[in-house]
Design a protein around this ligand. Structure first.
Ligand code: F6P
Length: 357
């Protein structure tokens, strides 16, 4: 008999349900008796002992369902060591609930912050297996996270829709894509949608270079320009500021988001007509795409296999087209960012995409 705890933490994404279903199906197909304890709303559920016993029925029919049947929440890693408003020691509380239920292991699905806490629980002696979810694809140790391809599809659809209206009007269109710290989603959706300019956090932009790229397009006879801009796109000037100076600047920030600031600068400097579209959380919503359904099922199955073998302390990731186990200690606290020298960036530039750098 295996007693498995499960939780989904951080921002949700498509294929969380598919991944959990993969774990449970693998365990039940092995003939092993399993009890599944689903903790609700992320680490909160484990801290406050808020769980539901789940059976195979709960995992039936959820392969195609977005969101998470367990609910999710953000519990920042930096607050984990701080007592809650009633003085509760959160880490001790999680350990006590784990031991009280006599769990064999926790299966934790999440992104960067989630992995830091998962590693903390491992250091505290709990058996932990994690699965890499996030539309940002920024988790170190895996070439791919589930949710990413589904979000690329949605952001690309958005750019495709803008394309037809852009071609009717002689305007600049900005599509703001999710990703505060990393630009994988913007880069991929931008390339897939045929964006002319892509701005990502890892490659600070110069607004004059952006306008130059627009003017060059116009000189070649293009009536419109489409820009894919990451939520965290940053100008070269702002990138030079210290963390403290940048934080201070942002305290007096009056734009709803960076895209509106960029649009305003383009308007003021060039007199051009600019429109901003923000697909926002639609990028995390809806059904997982077929790639994510397969991918999450594979990772879930491999997680189930590790549990059956009693191998803990790993994230199940994907490297060089193989599903692999990566030590949690190595994963925790590292971001996988787009290198400005990455081949994909060079190739994008080769086909005329400007990064405003
Ligand atoms: O989960 C990742 C992510 O979707 C980022 O791309 C985005 O910047 C952020 O979460 C949004 O967070 P929230 O849902 O908390 O507003």
């Amino acid at each position: 008999m295996k007693r498995i705890g499960m939780l989904t933490s951080g921002g949700d994404c498509q294929a969380l349900n598919a991944a959990m279903r993969g774990v449970v199906k693998c365990l039940s197909c092995s003939g092993e008796d399993v009890e599944i304890y689903g903790f609700l709303d992320g680490y909160k559920g484990l801290i406050y002992g808020d769980f539901r016993m789940l059976t195979g029925h709960d995992f039936a029919g959820i392969l195609t369902k977005g969101g998470t049947i367990l609910g999710s929440s953000r519990t920042p890693f930096k607050l984990m060591r701080e007592p809650d408003e009633n003085g509760l020691d959160k880490v001790e509380a999680m350990k006590q609930n784990y031991y009280k239920l006599k769990l064999d292991c926790m299966v934790i699905l999440g992104g960067n912050g989630t992995h830091k806490t998962a590693n903390l629980l491992r250091e505290e002696g709990l058996n932990v297996i994690t699965l890499p979810k996030t539309i940002d694809n920024d988790l170190w140790g895996t070439d791919m996270t589930f949710g990413f391809q589904s979000a690329v599809n949605i952001a690309t659809d958005c750019i495709d829709c803008i394309h037809t209206t852009a071609s009717s009007h002689a305007r600049i269109f900005i599509v703001e894509v999710m990703g505060h710290k990393v630009g994988w989603l913007t880069l991929n959706a931008g390339m897939a949608g045929g964006a002319d300019i892509i701005l990502i956090p890892e490659i600070p932009y110069d607004i004059n270079k952006v306008i130059k790229a627009i003017n060059e397009r116009e000189a070649r006879g293009s009536r419109f320009t489409i820009m894919a801009v990451a939520e965290g796109a940053i100008s070269k000037d702002d990138a030079k500021l210290s963390k403290k100076e940048y934080k201070k600047k942002m305290e007096n920030y009056t734009y709803p988001s960076v895209s509106y600031e960029i649009a305003d600068k383009i308007r003021k400097k060039s007199g051009k007509d600019v429109r901003v579209t923000v697909p926002g959380h639609t990028q995390r919503g809806g059904s997982p795409c077929p790639y994510d359904r397969v991918f999450a099922t594979r990772l879930g199955a491999e997680a189930g296999k590790l549990i059956l073998k009693g191998e803990y302390g790993f994230m199940v990731g994907y490297k060089n087209r193989e599903v692999v186990k990566v030590s949690l200690e190595d994963v925790a606290g590292k971001l996988k960012m787009v290198s400005p020298d990455a081949t994909i960036v060079k190739e994008a530039k080769m086909v005329g995409i400007s990064f405003g750098d």
